[in-house]
Design a protein around this ligand. Structure first.
Ligand SMILES: C[S@@+](CC[C@H](N)C(=O)[O-])C[C@H]1O[C@@H](n2cnc3c(N)ncnc32)[C@H](O)[C@@H]1O
Length: 210
């Protein structure tokens, strides 16, 4: 039986896909992924399985097809950072998987900020409660994946409701794409701004120096 390859393909632009991930995509028979990730490889004319939200249906397809075909699941950023790796390990076990690292959205944004990320807490707001106040006390700052509900503007409003006005927020929108925007401001500047769905945020408790 073939191993399932889970390949991280970075933030989105072709320049940030590693040669290893590209090779895995080229060598597979079926490419599994979300719309944005599959679109990047449309030119290769691979058989594809578009995965939107039904994880059980997707894993059913993969389990059936992996008997005879080489499957590569393409995920944004790195597979181990709030991605599908946990789910595949639970369903298929480590021995059935091969994982290819990718450049995560947090690595990309910190490089843009010209800052190391080792003193920051890395977290996700996707369907999770994060104790931001406590985390800000014990770290230089926090990196957060945001989503449709937990937007950068809502996060700014929450910070102000908790009495946190003096931090600096760095919003990374559509990172690596031509329409990329990096917006820097205090929560009061961010709270009424509109952002696309694809965003990450760094909260700096001590202000920025970029
Ligand atoms: C399911 S998580 C996957 C995170 C990914 N594994 C990583 O390492 O970055 C999807 C979230 O990543 C962030 N993201 C991924 N690509 C992005 C990009 N190009 N620009 C901004 N945010 C991005 C957004 O917060 C998005 O909601």
């Amino acid at each position: 039986m073939n191993k399932i390859c889970i390949a991280g393909i970075g933030p989105g632009a072709l320049d940030y896909i590693t040669p290893a991930a590209r090779k895995a995509v080229e060598n597979c028979d079926i490419l599994v992924g979300g719309r944005r990730n599959l679109a990047i490889f449309a030119g290769l004319q691979k058989e594809t399985y578009l995965f939107e939200s039904n994880m059980e249906e997707m894993i059913g397809f993969v389990q059936l097809q992996m008997q005879k075909k080489r499957i590569c699941v393409v995920v944004s950023g790195d597979p181990g950072f709030y991605s599908l790796l946990d789910f595949f390990i639970r369903k298929l076990g480590r021995e059935s998987l091969q994982v290819i690292p990718g450049i995560s959205s947090f690595q990309y944004l910190f490089c843009k900020m010209v800052k190391p990320w080792k003193d920051y807490h890395l977290a996700s707001l996707h369907g999770r409660e994060v104790q931001l106040q406590n985390l800000l006390e014990s770290n230089q700052g926090i990196f957060l994946l945001t989503d449709k509900q937990n937007t950068p503007s809502k996060l700014a409003a929450d910070l102000m409701n908790w009495g946190i006005f003096e931090c600096t927020m760095v919003v990374g929108e559509n990172l690596s794409y031509p329409e990329e925007r990096i917006v820097i401001g205090k929560p009061i500047d961010i709270q009424n701004q509109q952002f696309d769905e694809l965003c990450v945020v760094v909260i700096e408790k001590d202000g920025m120096a970029i």
